[in-house]
Design a protein around this ligand. Structure first.
Ligand code: ASP
Length: 336
């Protein structure tokens, strides 16, 4: 075994013992509960968005944030808070998840989603499904079933089988603006990333009063995706991760780079092993993504209930709330 692996095997349990106790004993500002949410990251200039559209996004994000915060305030679990936020945003056609998801090259729908709990690091993920109204609930069903972590395509649809998951037709998910986006994408005849169309993946991270963390992410992926492409969102460790010893993370952005940098798990590792806070750890991984050529952002909640946003795009739809009275929504980079 290489020397550094032995060191890690020693350090990880040591940190697990020391960190939560230390934080609980010396941090009067520790939030009893906290939540952060996102609705995607990308290029967005203030003068390119109308006041009405900005208000529509703000209203939707605030409603989802309030619903998640209410669950945590009332003593509910971080898992319920995350699922509530994501199912609300999946139903909202403004966002690239559930209804309003971006379209594949062939004009179809292909949802990816994942959820993870920090208490026991149980996780569930699905990719390439098109008939489930709330893809995040299918990911939760995979987690609860427990035999597997990641199901895809027809197999995932078959697994959904007669479980109590609401089905929907493809038409339910497709909106005119996503059809136009696909037409523009196809007309360009270049399979380049298009930031404007990348906005809208949704995610949530939360810490509940019991100190349990949860993270979830749901997306339609990227406009014009082909060949059953799967991004980072349903990949545990890349787009989603939760570990009570460190943090919970949900990512959004150019998924290929987030997979290569193993963003979500790496943020938790930096916090656990080097003692970095969520801001610094998030910034480190977003810098790595940028170095590789990617863009996007993350939301992070720490074991102590701190929340952080980190992104290298000009905008990220986001919000956060906690038991200390924080309650804010943001869109542009200069709002922090
Ligand atoms: N990360 C998602 C993907 O690559 C897209 C996004 O977050 O906008 O599928």
């Amino acid at each position: 075994m290489p020397h550094h692996s032995r060191l890690l095997r020693f350090l990880i349990p040591l940190c697990a013992i020391l960190l939560p106790a230390h934080a609980a004993a010396h941090d009067p500002e520790q939030a009893e509960w906290s939540i952060a949410i996102h609705g995607g990251a990308g290029t967005l200039q203030r003068d390119a968005i109308t006041a009405e559209r900005e208000a529509a996004y703000t209203t939707s994000l605030q409603a989802a944030l309030d619903a998640g915060a209410a669950i945590l305030r009332d003593g509910g679990t971080s898992e319920d808070a995350v699922l509530t936020v994501i199912t609300l945003l999946e139903d909202d056609p403004l966002f690239n998840a559930g209804r309003g998801a971006v379209l594949t090259w062939d004009g179809g729908i292909s949802h990816d989603a994942s959820i993870m709990l920090g208490a026991d690091r149980s996780a569930g993920a699905i990719a390439g499904v098109s008939t489930i109204r709330h893809p995040i609930l299918l990911a939760r069903a995979v987690m609860e079933d427990g035999r597997h972590v990641f199901l895809s395509g027809e197999g995932a649809e078959e697994f959904a089988g007669d479980r109590e998951l609401e089905r929907a037709d493809t038409e339910f998910f497709i909106t005119p603006s996503r059809q136009e986006a696909l037409e523009r994408f196809r007309a360009s005849e270049v399979a380049v990333e298009d930031d404007e169309h990348r906005f809208g993946t949704v995610g949530a991270v939360a810490r509940d009063r019991a100190g349990n963390l949860a993270a979830g992410t749901s997306t339609g992926g990227m406009t014009g995706k082909r060949w059953d492409r799967i991004g980072d969102s349903p990949i545990i460790g890349a787009g989603t991760y939760a570990d009570n010893r460190a943090c919970a993370v949900s990512a959004t952005g150019s998924g290929e780079y987030f997979i290569r940098a193993v963003v979500a798990k790496s943020i938790c590792d930096l916090m656990l092993l080097s003692g970095m806070g969520p801001d610094e750890a998030g910034d480190n991984l977003i810098a790595e993504v940028e170095e590789l050529g990617g863009s996007g952002g993350v939301i992070v909640v720490s074991a102590r209930g701190e929340t952080a946003f980190s992104f290298n795009t000009s905008g990220m739809y986001r919000g956060r709330a906690d038991s200390n009275g924080v309650n804010e929504i943001g869109i542009f980079a200069d709002e922090d």
